[in-house]
Design a protein around this ligand. Sequence first.
Ligand code: FE2
Length: 130
Amino acid sequence: MVDLNTLFKAADWQTEKHAPAIDIDKEEDPKGIKIKVMVGKEIAHPNTTAHHIAWIDCYFLPEGENFAVHVGKAEFNAHGASAQGADTSTLYTRPAVSFVLNTEKSGTVIAFSYCNIHGLWQSEQEVTVE
Ligand code: FE2
């Protein structure tokens, strides 16, 4: 069986352009969190027909629990292609997405991203909800 820890690379998003950056804003009423996930926040990742971020997937693991909850997934499908060929349209989806999660539980936000050349990446961010 494949060890998933070897498939999902992890690194500091400030120095590795593939690692998702997670920003959290807390909400009080109703209690919740706004989650923004972006790849290439500090160091831009290429976004071309041949080399791009295809999707970001986000989960929340409540503190003390064993099963993560799937928050949502975003796919990015505009990579510059048009009927004239690769990288001709000037239209490119930036790999960034926002989710809002109502939660009265603290926990860990986990984000995964996928580069079509460099594979799977992950980041996580702890969140305290009081
Ligand atoms: Fe890449």
